[in-house]
Design a protein around this ligand. Structure first.
Ligand code: ATP
Ligand code: MG
Length: 461
């Protein structure tokens, strides 16, 4: 990976800041961990093998941005990145996904990424080849013309006639090429030889869970069945796409792609395990908890370093970075089995959010709720506007309800905004209504009663 495409920790935090308010320490930790992946790649010699990733565990109440950090990180990381929920897994032997499947999924992600990159580099060559094939389709070889020179009586004139014919053919090919490139032939129909698609059919028959074995039924059967080609009419536009795609897959060296992808998975891969607290048993040792602890025990070797068999080959997990996150409101990190705790040496606590944070969360992030509603109402031709006082009031109410009832963090803002705007959202479109301003009094009027009444707010907010 090129260093100039790799973000520095400061840049990573800056990117995360666009979506997540506060939680500075968590952002720093993940930024350092991400950068360390690249730093280790720069280390030469045997020391590189010794540098182990410092797995992180993020702990914080619900709705404070743990999953949000993971989601945004996924968009930033140049490396193969997978986010999974720990609750998806079951202990080996039980019905469900086994823990090792996360490594297989990570490998899949890496392969498709590397493949896309490779496709990008061969694209110009593939496009050129596709153009030649398009020209072949548009200008089928004219057999009768080839006969003409044999009528000439001496060798020299035969050669002359041949070359003349050749030149004529090339000239018309060039003319067609120009017309093709100018885009005037896009709707012309050509007859195309296409590979028949087994995909859609196979999808239906593939039994759920077969991918658990790392098998890909499509590839399995796709390879066995003779590749049928069939003729079909297509416009030039369509044909160009199909042909380019075919040329791309001819030019991409899949062996190289797989080797590179395995390399990236092993050395740069990041797996984010969300909801890790949900696989903490209550220690009773019976019922479904047995399976939960089993999941923890299954996670151990994967985090520690093991070899997982994938359809691309064996993948060693020693250097994959694991970031876990959980609310731990019903349990404590110390309830995780000790071996697992030891495998996540870095603990970051996320802060509970307060009214001040809510004001910023409502307005600052790229995807801020206030911005979302403004855009939604724009679709109805209404200019929605919140005064600073209104935003402050919404934040204060969210804070109050969080304190009074359950603290669900920033998620509270969603319900409050929805309650506040429900009538408006229902009434629109309404003729003559082009501007709505929501101020503090309006917010109070709409929400005060519900907040005061505990029973009501329990159900509505
Ligand atoms: N610090 C924050 N800044 C901006 N938005 C936030 C922040 N915290 C939470 N949110 C918003 O609240 C919602 C819930 O946050 P998120 O999914 O990250 O919660 P979580 O910490 O993963 O909680 P849980 O433990 O319940 O999974 C998201 O839609 C996110 O936009
Ligand atoms: Mg979450």
């Amino acid at each position: 990976m090129k260093p100039d495409t790799e973000l520095t920790p400061k840049q990573i935090v800056k990117e995360l800041d666009k979506y997540i308010i506060g939680q500075g320490r968590a952002k720093r930790c993940v930024a350092i961990a991400l950068r360390n992946r690249w730093r280790r790649q720069q280390v030469q010699g045997e020391l590189r093998e010794e540098i182990m990733p410092n797995n992180i565990i993020m702990i914080g109440p619900t709705g404070v941005g743990k999953t949000e950090i993971a989601r945004r990180l996924a968009g930033l990381a140049n490396a193969p990145f997978l986010k999974v929920e720990a609750t998806k897994f079951t202990e080996v032997g039980y019905v469900g996904r086994d823990v090792e499947s996360m490594v297989r999924d990570l490998a899949d992600i890496a392969v498709s990424k590397v493949k896309a990159e490779a496709a990008e580099t061969v694209r110009p060559a593939a496009e050129a080849a596709a153009e030649e094939r398009l020209l072949d389709l548009l200008l089928p070889f004219d057999g009768s013309a080839a006969e003409a020179p044999t009528l000439a009586n001496d060798v020299a004139s035969v050669a002359h006639a041949r070359s003349e014919l050749q030149q004529r053919r090339e000239r018309s090919r060039e003319k067609f090429r120009q017309r093709l490139q100018s885009g005037e032939m896009e709707d012309r129909l050509v007859e195309l030889d296409v590979m028949e698609d087994h995909f859609s059919m196979m999808q239906i028959f593939s039994p759920v869970g077969i991918e658990e074995m790392g098998l890909n039924i499509q590839e399995l059967f796709g390879g066995m069945m003779p590749k049928k080609r069939k003729k079909r009419k297509a416009t030039v536009t369509e044909a160009r796409q199909v042909l380019t795609q075919e040329e791309v897959s001819k030019l991409v060296d899949m062996d190289k792609v797989v080797t590179e992808a395995i390399n990236r998975t092993e050395n740069l891969g990041i797996i984010f395990i969300d909801e890790i607290d949900k696989v903490v048993g209550d220690g009773g040792g019976s019922g479904p908890d047995v399976s939960r602890e089993g999941v923890q025990r299954d996670i151990l070797p994967v985090v520690e370093g093991t070899s997982v068999i994938t359809k691309y080959g064996i993948i060693k997990t020693d250097h994959i970075l694991f970031i876990a996150a959980g609310a731990f409101h019903a349990s404590k990190p110390s309830d995780l089995i000790p071996e697992l705790q030891g495998r996540f040496p870095i603990r970051v606590e996320l802060d509970s959010l307060t009214g001040k944070d809510f004001v910023r969360i409502l307005t600052e992030p790229r995807n801020a709720l206030v911005k979302q509603y403004i855009e939604l109402l724009k679709a109805e031709g209404v200019d929605l506007c919140f005064t600073a006082g209104a935003v402050k009031e919404i934040a204060a109410i969210a804070d109050r309800v969080n304190r009074k009832m359950e603290n669900i963090g920033a998620r509270r803002l969603h319900t409050i905004m929805n309650t506040l705007l429900e009538d408006l959202l229902f009434d629109l479109p309404k003729s003559g209504l082009v501007k709505v301003t929501i101020d503090q009094t309006e917010v109070k009027k709409k929400l005060e009663k519900i907040v005061e009444d505990e029973d009501l707010s329990r159900y509505i907010l």
